[in-house]
Design a protein around this ligand. Structure first.
Ligand code: FAD
Ligand code: NAP
Length: 529
């Protein structure tokens, strides 16, 4: 093949379409039973996107973006899955996608200047290029507590939810984890379960979704001007366009600030990013950030009846936005239900899973089912689960033993012609990923076209460019409050993972400019041979 693409989520589908359209032979391998990636795997009750539907979709085909009708502000997983199914069929992508096939190894053969890719089903394919479209949030993670194999009830991870419906009616259910997935699943399980116990390690900032059907007039208006709308997203900080802030949060009166926050809490078109980008210094000044953190804590205290439960739910250990703020529906309200209990794992940590439930340092909780909403080995996890070997047989995991080193988050010195879509060192999870994915795929397609035009065989980041970029990513993160949280952005949720800030915090717009500049300067920082 010319190209092997690993993964058939949003990234893999677009990579296939784009590169096949450029006349390349492309083979996609996907571990899942269908296309859609995140939206195939995360079928748990309540799963939905937290970027508005008009912004979280492909922009590459004007007919597609006009034809598809979104129905809600934040579409549910089923609708996104249907959307990616539709994309696969519309562009006849399925014939080049092998499902239920996990890539286990990718080795660069130096004399041939080709990659040899092996799968768990015995396939062996060579290709000039490999595109790792393996996803930032696809390597699901269970907690490191002993005993799960002895548990006699049913258990699930939100990121590997079964195809068949799961019914918790009348059961005692435990949910571990209160990140975005936990926040989605908890209110819906509470509607079914006889008793729900939430095991919380870190409280999060949860902003009301205020989800609603899309106003057809709004949809028409965006579609009538989609190109301009997309351009604004591409130039923005997070890939969703907001008016540029001009003032510090500390420059305005309390009343003005509260009115602004109210709009982004109660308003029908609110979004958590609105709370971050409204003032210039929310993510750089602790004092400014405290204003919004306090605001959210006050709302929690208003909603939750029991002051002790409210206090447990109030985030105090990290600034607002330094973990991805969650979007929820009836999240805090759920804790007012008499059959919902909250366990503070900071005070009483889980010690083991027993045959009949979860034991904390305080007591055993008897459960019929456990739901792990415990997240992912983010950004690098899916890559490190593949044996990737570059020049001289160097393993990527060895190269990244002290933390990932990339040039622009998409290329690695010593690993020619290998591309890591939304990889470490690119905006990835700090963005509307639809925007970041399209930008990466288009940039890679341009690289391959340029190489073909020159008759070149290899494209490889220089060690100097990689070093400078890796340093820049770290420097930019230090200008922000992000490192103040024990987040998956820093690998803090995976014991033993090097504590390195993984995404690029400089913003989607600036990052794109940098990538374009590199290309315009003849791919400076890369060796083309
Ligand atoms: P994925 O969708 O993760 O697809 C990667 C695919 O690669 C997977 O199907 C996986 O099975 C496959 N794969 C991995 N390793 C291998 C291997 N070795 N061999 C074969 N196949 C492999 N982003 C947003 O911007 N906004 C949101 O609101 C949002 N909501 C999210 C909600 C959830 C529950 C989760 C988990 C993530 C969310 N994200 C969101 C991030 C989301 O992952 C991206 O938006 C986007 O879907 C990523 O697409 P992708 O194709 O890069 O990766
Ligand atoms: P997450 O944000 O990493 O949350 C995992 C939760 O599990 C955290 O509360 C974490 O606590 C807890 N946890 C992890 N290990 C634990 C352990 N050993 N013991 C007890 N608790 C443990 O994962 P996620 O909720 O799946 O979300 C991941 C990302 O996916 C999100 O940030 C977002 O980018 C995306 N997502 C988006 C949406 C959406 O609204 N569109 C929905 C779901 C996911 P600590 O915080 O203490 O580590």
């Amino acid at each position: 093949m010319d190209v092997v693409v690993v993964g058939a989520g949003m990234s893999g589908l677009y990579a296939l379409h784009r590169l096949r359209g450029a006349g390349l032979t492309v083979q996609v391998f996907e571990a899942g039973g269908d296309v859609g990636g995140t939206w195939y795997w995360n079928r748990y009750p309540g799963a939905r996107v937290d970027v508005k539907s008009m912004e979280y979709n492909f922009s590459f085909d004007p007919d597609l973006e006009q034809d598809w009708e979104w129905t809600e502000k934040y579409p549910p997983q089923e609708q996104l899955r249907r959307y990616f199914d539709h994309v696969a069929d519309r562009f006849d992508l399925r014939r080049d996608i092998q499902l239920k096939t996990r890539v286990i190894e990718a080795v660069y053969a130096e004399p041939a200047q080709r990659w040899l890719v092996r799968t768990d089903r015995g396939d062996e394919v060579t290709a000039q290029y490999v595109i790792m479209a393996t996803g930032c949030l696809s390597a699901a993670k269970l907690p490191e507590v002993p005993g799960l194999e002895r548990f006699t009830g049913r258990w699930y991870h939100t990121g590997h939810w079964p195809e068949e419906a799961v019914d918790f009616t009348g059961e005692r259910v435990g949910v571990v984890g209160t990140g975005s997935s936990g926040v989605h699943v908890i209110p819906l399980i509470a509607r079914q379960a006889a008793e729900l116990t939430v095991f919380q390690r870190t409280p999060n900032f949860v902003i009301p979704a205020n989800n609603h059907p899309i106003d057809p007039e709004h949809q028409r208006s965006v579609k009538s001007n989609y190109a301009q709308f997309r351009q604004a997203n591409r130039e923005s900080a997070f890939g969703t366009a907001f008016p540029l802030a001009t003032k510090s949060a500390l420059q305005v009166s309390d009343e003005e600030r509260t009115a602004y926050f109210d709009q982004h809490w109660y308003g029908p078109d609110n979004h958590p990013a609105g709370l971050l980008v409204g003032y210039t210094d929310m993510i750089t000044s602790r004092e400014a950030n405290d204003t919004v953190a306090r605001y959210v804590r006050d709302r929690i205290a208003e909603i939750v009846d029991d002051p002790q439960v409210a206090a447990t739910l109030q985030p105090v250990d990290h600034p607002f936005g330094t973990k991805r703020p969650c979007v929820g529906t009836d999240y805090y309200e759920t804790y007012n239900l008499p059959h919902v209990n909250l366990v503070d794992l900071r005070k009483t940590p889980i010690t083991e899973i027993t045959p009949s439930g979860i034991r904390t340092s305080e007591q055993e909780h008897s459960l019929d089912a456990i739901v792990f909403a415990t997240g992912f080995d983010a950004i690098t996890g899916a890559l490190s689960r593949i044996d990737i070997r570059g020049r001289g047989g160097l393993a990527l995991t060895e190269k990244w033993a002290e933390g990932p080193r990339t040039y622009l988050g998409i290329a690695v010195a010593g690993f020619p012609n290998l591309f890591t879509v939304t990889g470490p060192g690119s905006p990835s999870v700090l963005s509307n990923m639809a925007v970041s994915i399209e930008q990466h795929i288009e940039w890679v397609a341009d690289v391959i076209a340029a190489l073909r035009e020159r008759g070149a065989a290899t494209f490889e980041a220089t060690i100097e460019a990689e070093g400078a970029w890796t340093q820049h990513v770290a420097d930019v993160s230090r200008m922000t409050l992000y490192p103040a949280a024990d987040s998956y952005y820093l690998g803090a949720n995976v014991p033993g993972k090097p504590r390195v800030f993984l995404p690029y915090a400089g913003g989607v717009g600036l990052y794109r400019e940098k990538c374009d500049e590199v290309a315009a300067n003849g791919y400076e920082g890369f060796t083309i041979a």
